[in-house]
Design a protein around this ligand. Structure first.
Ligand SMILES: Cc1cc2nc3c(=O)[nH]c(=O)nc-3n(C[C@H](O)[C@H](O)[C@H](O)COP(=O)(O)OP(=O)(O)OC[C@H]3O[C@@H](n4cnc5c(N)ncnc54)[C@H](O)[C@@H]3O)c2cc1C
Length: 306
């Protein structure tokens, strides 16, 4: 089921047709408050009451014209100003292929630098998502270039890739901000762990290696992008044994998933950041959410009922 849903995520015909169906549009609202940026900002204001920060992202990937990248970058520049004007503790997170990585690496880098500059002027962080493995090298190289000049940038790394331990070690001298996730794409066994148990083991090992580095005096920001509360509590116990504060890492979860746990963790003193999406290009992203938990397909199908 996971493989089929991930294949559907990349199919342009299905993208065109399914994203126009009313039931699919209703179903996606479980994972995003709306297509316009104001919905995301309103959600952020509500989270603020629960002590939860946000990271806002505009959905979309693999653009095919450079003028689209300009439009996306302008939109993000306005978004950063709005997040700040509304007094939200809010970062942004971008996909490089939405800023033109398939077309022109230098222009993509320039866009990320403009966003990082604007984010820095408001004390915010610009995160970079990690896409499929065809982009891993380019994404890390771009992050290294940008991070050298813009300390307020962060990068997502995927625990399912065999290479990630080495990537963490390579990035440590840059004092990086790393959001560790399990990984959302279909990757072959030659480069990625396939079973949940192996991915979870890798996730914990990577989190521990970053915490050990922090304990040894490395400056870095660690975010755990997962809804797996069992793993979070295992890692929190390790933090205690290292005598680091609860705030040694932050938890990032997606809008609409395990909201009760997000509020509980915030109440218990953990730093929690909810990733809120907006934008019309939600189809591939939504299909990846269904693939993570095929039970969500039933929820989507129930939206067919009157
Ligand atoms: C803030 C954030 C940013 C991310 N950025 C990236 C990125 O840049 N690149 C990338 O490859 N991946 C990214 N991901 C996705 C990530 O790789 C996983 O696919 C996703 O988080 C599901 O794995 P999990 O860690 O929650 O654990 P799982 O083992 O999949 O799930 C643990 C539990 O969480 C709940 N859960 C998980 N997913 C769902 C869902 N879709 N619907 C309902 N319940 C669910 C279930 O109760 C499940 O039992 C991101 C995830 C988060 C939270």
């Amino acid at each position: 089921m996971r493989r089929i849903l991930l294949w559907m995520a990349g199919n342009p015909w299905l993208r065109y047709h399914l994203s126009r169906l009313g039931f699919a549009r209703r179903a996606v609202l479980r994972f995003m408050p709306g297509e316009d940026p104001d919905s995301a900002l309103r959600a952020g204001a509500q989270f603020k009451q629960d002590g939860i920060a946000v990271v806002v992202t505009r959905l979309g990937e693999n653009i095919t014209r450079l003028d689209e990248a300009n439009e996306v970058a302008e939109d993000y520049l306005g978004l950063i100003a709005s997040i700040s004007a509304q007094g939200l503790d809010g970062d942004i997170s971008v996909k490089l292929t939405q800023l033109g990585l398939d077309l022109d690496v230098d222009r993509t880098t320039a866009h990320v630098e403009r966003l990082a500059d604007r984010a820095a002027s408001f004390g915010k962080t610009a995160w970079i998502d990690m896409e499929g493995s065809a982009y891993t090298d380019k994404t890390i190289a771009l992050y290294e270039r940008v991070k050298a000049r813009h300390p307020n940038t962060g990068l997502c790394l995927q625990a399912y890739l065999h290479r990630t331990g080495a990537d963490v070690q390579r990035l440590l001298p840059l004092e990086p901000s790393i959001r560790l996730v399990k990984g959302a794409y279909a990757e072959p066994a030659s480069i990625a762990y396939q079973s949940k148990r192996d991915v979870d083991t890798s996730f914990v090992a990577l989190a521990i290696s970053m915490l050990d580095a922090m304990r040894a005096g490395r400056k870095m920001r660690i975010a755990l992008g997962t809804h797996d509360v069992a793993l979070i509590s295992q890692i929190a116990t390790y933090v205690e044994t290292l005598r680091l504060p609860k705030t040694a890492f932050e938890v990032q979860m997606l809008y609409g998933i395990r909201m009760d746990e997000q509020r509980r963790l915030a109440r218990e003193g953990f730093t929690v950041r909810d990733l809120v999406c907006y934008g019309a290009a939600w189809y591939p992203w939504y299909m990846r959410r269904l693939a993570e938990r095929p039970a969500n397909v039933l929820f989507a199908l129930r939206q067919l009922l009157p």
